[in-house]
Design a protein around this ligand. Structure first.
Ligand code: 15L
Length: 282
């Protein structure tokens, strides 16, 4: 059984540190915790700041994964494959790799995992009804399936071994929303950092799922669980709405109906497209 994290200066590992979101979170994590271990399969995009260290690791190699989690209190796991891809790629990076990470975390005595889940775990919900953190997964891609798997794997390590786990179903991280769909799911790096800090620091946290979005008037998600945990987003998608709504967008008859957008229309060949899913699910 793990104990709550001591409040002062947890030792944090950021995986996927060389990606776009990782590069944005690095300075925020460093400022909050003073030191930061970065890991990725490729070199960081920007030079290491004082307090940062980098360990190259392939998530598919359990020995390398064991090395990066040593002497770590909390993992912010952005690593893996972050868009739709071939099954073998998703399998190795997001399923085998995530299992290796949780196993290594357990053995090394890591207390907390903040898992970068994705809106694509629930992408086949329609845009016409808000969903909350408790709805069953409805993935829109193999990638979305791997994120639903990641949430379930975290539940196992939380319930069976006492790891403390926050799953953030991230929308789209950027300085501003980039299109109409993102007006509903956009999150600023600073707001994402707020959620990450809840995952690392909230003494009562056991296992939670929240949505990674800013204060978006056009949201499809009821993010009350995040608010109950103290989340107070400051980004307001509506401030960017006029600019976005004034632009032409190419219609996507399937993607425009579902929350996952073009991730839903990729490879879509449902024989009855208007049936749009199953009965009994919101
Ligand atoms: C994601 O999960 C991806 O990692 C990101 O690249 C975006 O595509 C985002 O979803 C989105 O839905 O906008």
């Amino acid at each position: 059984m793990t104990a709550p994290l001591p409040a002062a200066r947890p030792r944090v590992l950021l995986t996927g540190a060389s990606g776009d979101v990782g590069t944005r979170l690095r300075p925020l994590l460093l400022q909050a915790y003073g030191t930061l271990r970065l890991s990725d399969i490729v070199e960081p995009r920007t030079p290491l700041a004082p307090g940062e260290t980098f360990m190259r690791a392939d998530l598919a190699d359990p020995a390398q994964v064991a090395g990066i989690v040593e002497d770590i209190d909390a993992i912010v796991h952005l690593g893996g494959f972050s868009v739709e891809g071939p099954w073998e790629t998703i399998l190795q990076a997001n399923i085998v790799g995530l299992h290796a990470l949780y196993e290594a975390a357990l053995r090394a005595g890591v207390q907390r995992v903040v898992f970068a889940s994705s809106n694509h775990a629930v992408g086949f919900y329609g845009r016409d009804r808000p969903i909350d953190h408790a709805v069953p997964p409805r993935p829109d891609t193999r990638y979305g399936v791997s994120k639903a798997f990641g949430e379930a794997l975290g539940a196992l390590y939380a319930d069976k071994h006492g790891l403390r786990v926050l799953n953030i179903r991230i929308g789209n991280v950027a300085d501003a929303p980039i299109d109409r769909r993102r007006l509903s799911i956009w999150i600023t790096p600073a707001d994402l950092m707020q959620l990450v800090r809840i995952g690392i620091e909230d003494p009562a946290l056991r296992y939670e799922i929240v949505y990674g979005m800013s204060d978006n008037a056009r949201a499809w998600w009821d993010n009350r669980r995040a608010h109950e945990l103290g989340y107070r987003p400051t980004g307001r998608a509506e401030d960017h709405a006029a600019a976005i709504l004034g632009r032409e967008e190419r219609p996507d008859p399937v993607g425009d109906r579902f929350q996952g957008g073009s991730y839903c229309s990729q490879e879509f060949d449902h024989p009855e497209p208007d049936a749009s899913g199953r009965g009994g699910v919101a």
